[in-house]
Design a protein around this ligand. Structure first.
Ligand code: FES
Length: 572
């Protein structure tokens, strides 16, 4: 005899308890079918007009509901926080763990046997997966899909990447402010998340690789009817997974996380994926660290020709066959036997996929960039616990570089002074911004791709070494060292750098060193005073008090691990 469903603890409860649990739902218009023992599947919807990337998810939710009902389940949709990358200040990342906690608590507190997660914009996907991983219910993820490729002045343009590019063109005097303004409405042609290989696209592809999404779910454009077909199938599969008793823990394993790291390298994916994968691994109790990420990325070539490392867009990757096409090309570099929400194994899905457009996913023997061009982890006296560099988006000649530091204690300080014509800066200078880490800002904003000094842009300089304890958008590019740990705000060596110090970056040797005598550093450390806390109340205070460093995923210390899908005590 199979175990009673989790939802039965609510709906089949005796006496007044069951009465109360059922009666208000009758009032909402549900009938006895909701309470007859069928799988009750939640639809966790991060729809919001404050999050343009997820603004179409109500329509996607309708399709999920249809699928759940067709499969003999009952759907209960509920809203979650929504983290809109473009509008939220100081940074959506400050709220990733809050959203994860909200998802975790909502799933645990309610009569749900399984869940379909609807996410999209950058932080919504890892937040939902983290929360669901801590609970462990049968879970299917549906990301909202990328926006269609934009066009401006006859050129295909993409989210993020072209914003940074145009902004530098204006600063260099090669684009007028009016043209810049006109480009605003041309970057995307409708709903959906960023259409380049930014963080949202990266996390969508990595979660499909981990088996959490159905084939094609990561790449089908937001407005493509395929997205609704996928959503309905996600509903059907969630019901089946409840019946089979297959929780998300079956999918989030060491092997599937290794697959995600390797896929990230093949995609030219976002550095943000490093922080998110570490956090997801922490929730799932899977051992994964920065050294694993460096090691697993080393023998993977860049195969996918998408901005910012390549030239094309998410709609092109979908036409090329999406994630299954990349899985097929990676072959034995992945654990192909991993299960997926589809019911088939990762490798079987790839083998069965019909080949798509050529020229987007390159063959392993003719990659876009050779093995070892993915995210590298550097360590040394400036970053004892590590920092990351996206090699595929960097200037090869700067991956080994020694230069004088020019140091700023905040991004506001940087913005106020970087275009000063008297500033002592040239293309060999190493630009440093600090106190922008998880605790220091707080929230670790995406300011690491610092704008270059206007004077140098006008001279034709296109890249410089930039170092910070911040993050950068996955759509960004340049020789940018990020996530320096420990961060300056907790007394990491970054706090002791002074303008004029020499810094040496050697990515091939995986080193980042501050070339200052250790005795001098000891003196500076003794004189250093920790900054006043950046937050004194509410969530920001809780976050700053408990956030871990970037090298372990920047989750809150008390949220790591699982709470489980047990049934909480009765409420009345
Ligand atoms: Fe939402 Fe880029 S702003 S995905």
């Amino acid at each position: 005899m199979s175990a009673p469903r989790r939802s039965a603890a609510w709906f089949a409860a005796p006496g007044k308890v069951g009465f109360v649990h059922r009666s208000k739902l009758y009032g909402e218009g549900f009938d006895a079918g909701l309470f007859d023992g069928r799988p009750v599947v939640g639809i966790a919807n991060s729809w919001s007009e404050l999050n343009p990337c997820n603004a179409h998810l109500r329509r996607v939710a309708d399709a999920v509901r249809r699928g759940i009902t067709e499969a003999g389940g009952a759907a209960l949709e509920f809203p979650t926080m929504s983290l809109g990358e473009t509008l939220m200040r100081p940074t959506a990342m400050l709220f990733r763990n809050l959203m994860a906690m909200e998802v975790e608590e909502t799933l645990r507190a309610n009569p749900l046997d399984g869940v379909v997660l609807l996410a999209g914009c950058d932080k919504t996907t890892p937040a939902m997966v983290m929360g669901a991983a801590s609970v462990g219910l049968p879970t299917v993820l549906v990301t909202g899909g990328p926006a269609l490729t934009g066009e401006f002045r006859g050129e295909a343009v993409g989210s993020g990447t072209h914003v940074w590019r145009f902004s530098e063109e204006v600063r260099a005097g090669r684009m007028s402010p009016a043209e810049f303004r006109a480009a605003e409405s041309c970057l995307a042609r409708g709903n959906g998340h960023c259409n380049t290989m930014g963080t949202a696209s990266t996390m969508a592809c990595l979660t499909e690789t981990m088996g959490l999404q159905l084939p094609g779910s990561a790449t089908a454009p937001a407005v493509d009817a395929a997205r609704l077909h996928i959503a309905a199938e996600a509903g059907r599969r969630a019901v089946a997974m409840v019946r089979e008793g297959r929780g998300i823990g079956e999918l989030l394993t060491r092997e599937s996380l290794e697959n995600a790291v390797r896929m990230n390298a093949a995609l030219g994916g976002s550095t943000n994926a490093v922080v998110h994968l570490l956090a997801i691994a922490g929730r799932a109790n899977v051992p994964l660290d920065l050294d694993d990420i460096d090691r697993l990325s080393r023998d993977i070539p860049l195969l996918v020709d998408l901005l910012p490392s390549g030239r094309q867009f998410m709609a092109d990757l979908h036409a090329a066959g999406g994630v299954p096409a990349v899985v097929r090309e990676l072959g034995d570099l992945l654990h192909r036997d991993r299960p997926t929400v589809d019911g088939r194994r990762l490798g079987d899905i790839a083998d069965a996929a019909i080949p798509g457009r050529a020229g987007v996913v390159r063959p392993r023997h003719d990659p876009l960039q050779p093995a070892g061009s993915g995210v590298a982890v550097v360590r040394g006296s400036l970053a004892p616990d590590g920092a990351v560099v996206k090699q595929s988006a960097a200037t090869p000649g700067l991956l080994r570089h020694r230069g004088r530091a020019l140091v700023f204690d905040s991004i506001e300080d940087y913005d106020a002074h970087i275009d000063d014509p008297e500033l002592d800066v040239d293309e060999t200078t190493v630009l440093v911004v600090r106190y922008a880490g998880p605790r220091g800002y707080p929230g670790m904003p995406e300011i690491g791709n610092l704008s270059l000094p206007r004077r140098l842009l006008q001279q034709g300089v296109t890249d410089m070494v930039r170092i910070s304890d911040a993050r950068m958008s996955g759509t960004s590019y340049g020789t940018v060292v990020l996530h320096v740990a420990p961060e300056a705000a907790v007394g990491g060596p970054l706090a002791f750098v002074r303008t004029g110090d020499e810094i040496e970056l050697d990515v091939p040797a995986r080193r980042l060193d501050l070339l200052v005598d250790p005795s001098e550093l000891t003196r500076r450390r003794a004189a250093w005073r920790a900054p006043e806390p950046a937050a004194d109340r509410g969530w920001s205070r809780l976050y700053a008090d408990h956030v871990r460093q970037a090298d372990t995923g920047a989750d809150l210390d008390f949220l790591v691990g699982r709470s489980g899908a047990g049934v909480p005590r009765r409420s009345l």
